[in-house]
Design a protein. Structure first.
Ligand code: NAP
Length: 410
């Protein structure tokens, strides 16, 4: 199959390209090439989707299948549809669970109400609404152009190798270092999807002609079980979780979900529906979920490559961790050194460092604002940096120079 991946140099889209190459497809990636390299066996056609004529290098090409991961741009999606929509048998658009209005009710599926489509993002629009509304508009455009040839997948939290969002990775990193570890209340629902499982399913959809609209997410578990599962995979002997209740965390100023001094993945009750969607239709449609330990070990390799002690976009500071432990009367030795590399070909073959040149918008979050912040806000780095110029939000852009591990070959 001749596949076009609009992207291919970073995280999900790169994993889709690697998977497609591995399955023997003829893969073309269209991106600037500034976020990284495409996987071995895929071709990169340099395009800048901000340029209205940016797809000209691909003019006249035809593909059996297109995968578009446009994060937040209706014009990008519209131009791709105009260029390739008519002649393409199968089209995947990667949307987001941020399209839904109801963030609170557990167990909802794709028939839940959506945000209003946003064709133009007005200055001052809440970034989360802008993101979700733009995704809805992009979905509508794909459906209008492709009809029953469209596969629309709405991922939740994407985890695993190459994840640079620092959320799931915080827990893998911290738990791998052992000692006494403050943890949030266990009972909260949580779900995620390993980037490799999502990529496998996207390629499978193209191969089998699966179409329709699905959430891209694994079955729900609870936060305590998730942390236990990570510990089973990466914790050294003697690791001890120290539960801290929500009131104590709030009193200590610990933010929810993401951001500086946060407990990543700890979601407010207003967003428990965000992290407990019904995965059954996607599983019935071929989505396969690997064991949590596999995801944790792969994420640990990414953490190692990024640097265990780097400044993080999400996670508890050492000072706040120590303060929480003191309040619980549970002191801790200084954080132990990073663990040694895992051995064996499975792990060693996963790493290919390359440079990220993204500019990251960071939103200072605390107290009430943190409560209201939806889970995927940290995904909106480019969104935020764009809105920075146009809104009154006090967002601070800073360059990242991270080395990012990605799987090069399988
Ligand atoms: N991460 C999560 O937890 C999460 C959750 C839900 C949904 N999603 C959605 O999942 C999708 C994947 O996100 P991702 O973080 O994995 O990143 P990605 O979409 O895999 O990577 C973005 C790609 O877009 C390319 N790109 C960026 N600017 C471009 C431009 N001006 N012209 C051409 N190409 C450009 C980048 O390549 P170059 O920079 O090299 O050009 C890169 O290959 C997105 O649609 C996101 O909204 C993510």
């Amino acid at each position: 199959m001749k596949m076009l991946i609009l992207g291919g140099t970073l995280f999900l889209s790169r994993e889709v390209a690697a998977t497609a190459v591995h399955r023997g497809h003829d893969v073309t990636c269209a991106a600037r090439g500034t976020s990284g390299t495409v996987p071995a066996g895929a071709a990169l056609v340099p395009v800048d989707r901000d340029d209205p004529g940016g797809l000209r290098e691909l003019a006249g090409e035809r593909f059996d299948s297109v995968v578009d991961v446009a994060t937040m741009s209706l014009p990008w999606v519209a131009r791709a549809l105009a260029a390739f929509g008519a002649g393409t048998a199968h089209w995947t658009f990667v949307s987001s669970i941020n399209v839904y209005t109801d963030t609170e009710t557990p167990g909802r599926s794709t028939d839940a109400d959506l945000l209003a489509p946003l064709e133009v993002v007005e200055p001052g629009t809440d970034p989360v609404t802008a993101y979700g509304g733009t995704k809805v508009a992009c979905e509508d455009a794909v459906r209008a152009a492709l009809g029953d040839r469209a596969f629309l997948v709405r991922p939740g939290l994407i985890t695993g190798p190459g994840d640079v969002k620092d959320r799931f990775g915080y827990w893998v990193n911290r738990i791998s270092r052992g000692g006494r570890i403050p943890v949030p209340p266990r009972e909260q629902p949580i779900q995620h999807i390993d980037v490799r499982d999502l990529a496998d399913w996207i390629v499978l959809a193209a191969e089998t002609g699966l179409t329709g609209t699905f959430d891209g997410i694994a079955p729900v578990t609870d936060l305590g079980s998730l942390l236990d599962g990570i510990a089973a995979a990466v914790a050294p002997p003697g690791t001890d979780f120290v539960p801290v209740d929500a009131a104590a965390l709030d009193a200590a100023g610990v933010a929810r979900w993401a951001g500086p001094d946060s407990f990543p993945l700890w979601a407010p009750a207003t967003h428990h529906g965000f992290v407990s969607r019904d995965a059954a239709p996607s599983l019935a449609a071929g989505l396969r979920i690997r064991p949590l330990g596999d995801t944790a070990r792969a994420a640990l390799e990414t953490e190692r490559a990024l640097g265990f002690d780097r400044p993080r976009e999400a996670g508890l500071s050492t000072a706040t961790e120590a303060a929480l432990l003191r309040r619980r009367g549970a002191g801790n030795a200084p954080p132990p050194p990073p663990p040694p590399p895992l051995t064996g070909p499975d792990h060693l073959s996963l790493i290919l460092p390359f440079q990220v040149s993204a500019v990251v918008g960071r939103c200072p979050v605390s107290g009430e604002a943190a409560e209201q912040r939806p889970p995927e806000q940290a995904d909106h780095r480019r969104v935020l940096s764009v809105l920075l110029a146009r809104t009154a939000f006090s967002l601070v852009a800073e360059p990242l120079g991270k080395k990012i591990p990605q799987r090069e070959e399988r």
